[in-house]
Design a binder for this molecule. Structure first.
Ligand code: TXA
Ligand code: MG
Length: 350
């Protein structure tokens, strides 16, 4: 299959392009498309066969449900059934964080095919702030199911060329709108009632909307298990949050507290540094050293660059092993550390 690469024009409303992409989706095609977090692999969410292709092309296990993207919060009621006791909380969160890098898991309406939610009674819903994702969803008139446009478990794509490298030849179309402005996947929460019957949320995945931003809005319940072990039978609340994820093909070591690094003779190491000015970065013997935040942008800059830099180091043939420095674990740093931990977790490779 030839993958068409179509450019989004920053100086026009792109109406014709969005209609063209929506027509492709309506015909059951898969389209790689941008959001402000990462690029998604889009399919018509109400077409079970098209959604099945998403799982096939990504090599994604069937137990890992997809996020649906609606073009406006007013569509939420069509695709979810929100319990009365949670309506105010859902409304507050939607008003505050939509459109944006924010996803809510809610009881699903019957029109959402079971394959989208992997058989769960809930569905994850997001209104992206990216005009392309919203424009195409509006032109389609239905939600777009879109996981990140990478092979399962691999590094998420933050540019159209990264999507092409991951899935080129296996999907019909990619819409190129340049680099993503957030760089890491949306924050996922599940609105629920706490043990006293009061509205609360559980954070299923850390992301650009930070824990601190929920303060004074809604109670956050701590999850008992943060990550699910591969091969676990019982479905966890965020089934896709496997220990090993977002991973480069090369081994990666995260220098967390307690991790000792003993370089081996003959192995070439690359350093994924936070700001590039630590003792390790300046004095170590690295085949390549890349800083996540070389400017003064710190955590926001690090998040935007994270997956692109990991991809660059993965592709650099002068490196055998990637060594990563930790970043401060507060605010956006929590989401970055989550991705670094999963990328460096032990895994079985084919
Ligand atoms: O930023 C993002 O969220 C990107 C863009 C494309 O929207 N999408 C994304 O999708 O990261 P994906 O499929 O790579 O990750 C979605 C996560 C998975 O870990 C999945 O298990 C979880 O959302 N999820 C989806 N539906 C769920 C549900 N009903 N209950 C719990 N977790 C769910
Ligand atoms: Mg993903």
């Amino acid at each position: 299959m030839q993958t068409q690469m179509l450019e989004v024009d920053p100086l026009s409303d792109n109406r014709k392009l969005y209609i063209r992409a929506a027509e492709a989706l309506a015909n059951g095609a898969l389209v790689g498309m941008p959001t402000e977090t990462v690029y998604g692999l889009g399919a018509d969410a109400l077409n079970a066969e098209a959604v099945a292709k998403v799982f096939e092309v990504k090599k994604r296990p069937a137990f890992d449900p997809l996020i649906i993207h609606i073009h406006h919060g007013k569509e939420l009621g069509k695709y979810t059934v929100i319990p009365d006791a949670l309506k105010d909380t859902v409304h507050t969160l939607a008003s505050k964080f939509w459109p944006g890098p924010f996803t809510m898991v809610l009881p699903k309406a019957d029109c959402i095919p079971d394959i989208v939610s992997s058989g769960l009674s809930t569905v994850a819903v997001r209104v992206s702030a990216h005009p392309t994702m919203r424009g195409v969803a509006k032109a389609l008139g239905r939600p777009i199911a879109a996981p990140s446009a990478n092979l399962f478990g691999h590094i998420s794509p933050t540019s159209a060329s990264a999507v092409e490298k991951e899935l080129g030849g296996n999907i019909e179309m990619i819409l190129d709108a340049g680099a993503c402005s957030e760089g890491i996947e949306s924050t996922i929460v599940r609105p629920m009632l706490d043990e006293k019957g009061k509205p609360a949320i559980e954070i299923l995945r850390e992301g650009p909307v930070t824990r601190e931003q929920f303060r004074n809005l809604v109670k956050v319940i701590r999850k008992k298990t943060q990550v699910e072990k591969p091969g676990t039978e019982t479905p966890a609340t965020a089934p896709g949050q496997l220990t090993s994820h977002y991973a480069p093909r090369k081994p990666m070591i995260l220098l967390e507290e307690g991790v000792e690094f003993h370089p081996k003779e003959g192995v070439r190491y690359g350093l994924l540094s936070y700001e590039g000015d630590s003792e390790l970065a300046t004095e170590g013997d690295w085949a390549e050293m890349v800083a996540l935040s070389p400017g003064n942008g710190r955590l926001a800059e690090a998040a935007v660059r994270l997956f692109a830099v990991m991809r660059q180091m993965d592709e650099n043939e002068a490196i055998d092993v990637i060594v990563a420095e930790p970043v401060p674990e507060a605010g956006l740093g929590r989401a970055i550390m989550d991705r670094l931990r999963r990328a460096s977790a032990d895994r079985c490779r084919e």
